[in-house]
Write a protein that binds this ligand. Structure first.
Ligand code: BTN
Length: 243
């Protein structure tokens, strides 16, 4: 039986590692690294990965859509944060960030894994959580970002975070397999921006409107002057005074 929690000292990217090693990794395995030399973010961006945060990827072999993997991993990450730092008020910011106030605490990158016939054989969901970055480190990120240290003045060691995450991930994965609707309902409730006026910037330009809801497929339902639009990716910015 392959290990479910795998630790690496340094790797290019835990997502890339899991894609390369997909066949030998267990369903539900969590691979984490002390640092990444080529950490990747959404929309082709880099993810700074110095050795003080959590960088890990979960392997989903029975969950054939990225949204299911996103919901499972983000709720598991919230479970860990609620247990370890209950004083932090963390919420999900569509599509796959964890925010505290108006700043980013964690991000997720989901990628499909294809077989030789280009059929999806699984999903890798990567998570980076700012644990022990200082204010100066965070300022170098180039967008509003916080860490557990900067908000709660607490240090959480990445190994400890990984052990807790592996536990909750297993629970959430079972939960998702048995009842995807209840996981969706919980994930939706943790999305604090629903009902707010927002702007979404995507590859094709930007849209403004009221974030009305999330469809069960994961798309945002945005009420614009031209009616309800379905948005499947992008960066959301919150209108001043709307949070
Ligand atoms: C984003 O918000 O842009 C997504 C960031 C995802 C970062 C994590 S760190 C672990 C995993 N490995 C990567 O290369 N990226 C993800």
């Amino acid at each position: 039986m392959p290990d479910r929690l795998i630790h690496l000292e340094s790797v290019d990217s835990t997502n890339l590692h899991c894609k390369r090693e997909f066949d030998s990794l267990a369903d539900g395995a969590l691979v984490y690294a002390d640092m990444q030399t080529a950490g990747r973010g959404r929309l082709g961006r880099k993810w700074l990965s110095p050795p003080c945060n959590f960088y890990g990827s979960a392997v989903f072999k029975q969950c054939f859509d990225g949204f299911g993997a996103t919901m499972t991993l983000s709720l598991a990450a919230l479970d860990v944060l609620h247990e370890l730092v209950p004083e932090m008020d963390v919420y999900i910011k569509w599509p796959n960030d964890l925010f505290c106030g108006r700043a980013k605490l964690a991000g997720m990158l989901c990628e499909g894994v294809l077989d030789n016939h280009n059929r999806l054989k699984g999903v890798i969901a990567g998570l980076g959580v700012n644990l022990n970055m200082t204010g100066d480190d965070l300022a170098a990120i180039g967008q509003a970002a916080v860490s557990v240290l900067s908000v709660a003045n607490r240090q959480i060691m990445p190994d400890f975070f990984a052990e807790k995450l592996a536990f909750y991930l297993n629970r959430r994965y079972i939960n998702y397999s048995n009842s995807p609707e209840s996981v969706f309902a919980e994930w939706r409730d943790a999305n604090r921006l629903i009902g707010r006026r927002i702007k979404v910037i995507g590859f094709k330009g930007s849209e403004e409107g009221i974030f009305r809801d999330v469809a069960e497929s994961g798309e945002m339902l945005l009420e614009t002057a031209g009616g309800i639009k379905k948005i499947n990716s992008g960066d959301v910015s919150i209108d001043k005074g709307s949070l």
